[in-house]
Design a protein around this ligand. Structure first.
Ligand SMILES: Nc1ncnc2c1ncn2[C@@H]1O[C@H](COP(=O)(O)OP(=O)(O)OP(=O)(O)O)[C@@H](O)[C@H]1O
Ligand SMILES: [Mg+2]
Length: 252
């Protein structure tokens, strides 16, 4: 649910870290942050009220950042007061990827995915089988030792030059390495890809090309059930249908 606050409510706290805000550009993309603003074209500040029920996602992004800043934006500072929980990231220039079949952004995205690290031992991560247990009776097949981002909304990816970066590590999950390409496939199908073409693109990643087929099919089914359950709150209206279409393609 979108509930942005004016960044001015946290101005003193922000300026403590950035110095005087000579420019401030609120970011429209994204839903979860109560503050999302670019300060001085150098810092992207993301924040939730400290009493917000999901304020803990801010802390998880802080913890995971040292493990992913090579494929993401570097965390410059963070601050938590009785009012605000803020993270200040390096501001990245770029554009969102084009997920349409005619889009030409697959290569940098694949190159980025090959650099996702194993699950770090020092961060308490949600386990993939637990995360999707209520949507699958074969969720144990999602087990793995890799760090998965799982939210492949194009708004979470920035392309600059020939490089892609993955933002918004608010839901990092430990699981099989093929889970991220599988999540990406569902977005590609929802954006117009035939399931066969989407799978061909993802198969450039050996982790996906060699994934156990039954596990991938079970995961696609779980995603169809999950997006159906999320319903109108989904970030794209076609995700449930895309995942269901992928399942039919794999099982027919
Ligand atoms: N480091 C960055 N540099 C430039 N732009 C960024 C950066 N981080 C995020 N953005 C932009 O701000 C938007 C919102 O950021 P982000 O997705 O992290 O937060 P959010 O509000 O929690 O979003 P969501 O609803 O997807 O969870 C992104 O979609 C992206 O357009
Ligand atoms: Mg986001």
């Amino acid at each position: 649910m979108r509930e942005r606050f004016s960044w001015h409510q946290a101005q003193d706290l922000i300026e403590k870290h950035t110095g005087p805000a000579l420019s401030a550009r609120p970011v429209q993309e994204g839903y979860n942050s109560q503050i999302a603003v670019v300060i001085n074209d150098t810092t992207f500040v993301k924040g939730l009220r400290t009493e917000h029920p999901r304020a803990w996602t801010q802390d998880r992004e802080r913890q995971i950042n040292p493990h992913v800043h090579h494929v993401s934006a570097r965390l410059l500072w963070s601050d938590t007061t009785s009012d605000w929980d803020l993270n200040g990231f390096e501001y990245l220039h770029g554009r969102q990827p084009d997920y349409a079949p005619t889009g030409r952004d697959a290569d940098p995205i694949i190159a980025m995915m090959t650099k996702f690290p194993p699950a770090p031992a020092d961060v308490a991560l949600k386990q993939a089988p637990d995360r999707w247990a209520s949507y699958s009776d074969r969720a144990e097949l999602f087990t793995g030792d890799w760090l998965c981002h799982t939210d492949w909304s194009p708004g979470n990816i920035l392309l600059s030059g020939d490089r892609a970066r993955m933002l918004d590590w608010a839901w990092p999950t430990q699981g099989a390495r093929w889970i991220d390409p599988a999540c990406w496939i569902i977005w590609l199908i929802a954006s117009g890809h035939h399931p066969a073409l989407a799978q061909t693109r993802a198969s450039a990643l050996s982790a996906f090309a060699t994934a156990p087929p039954a596990a991938v099919t079970a995961f696609a089914s779980a995603q169809a059930a999950m997006w159906e359950d999320i319903g109108e709150s989904a970030p794209h209206p076609g995700l449930a249908a895309a995942a269901a279409r992928w399942v039919r393609h794999r099982t027919s």
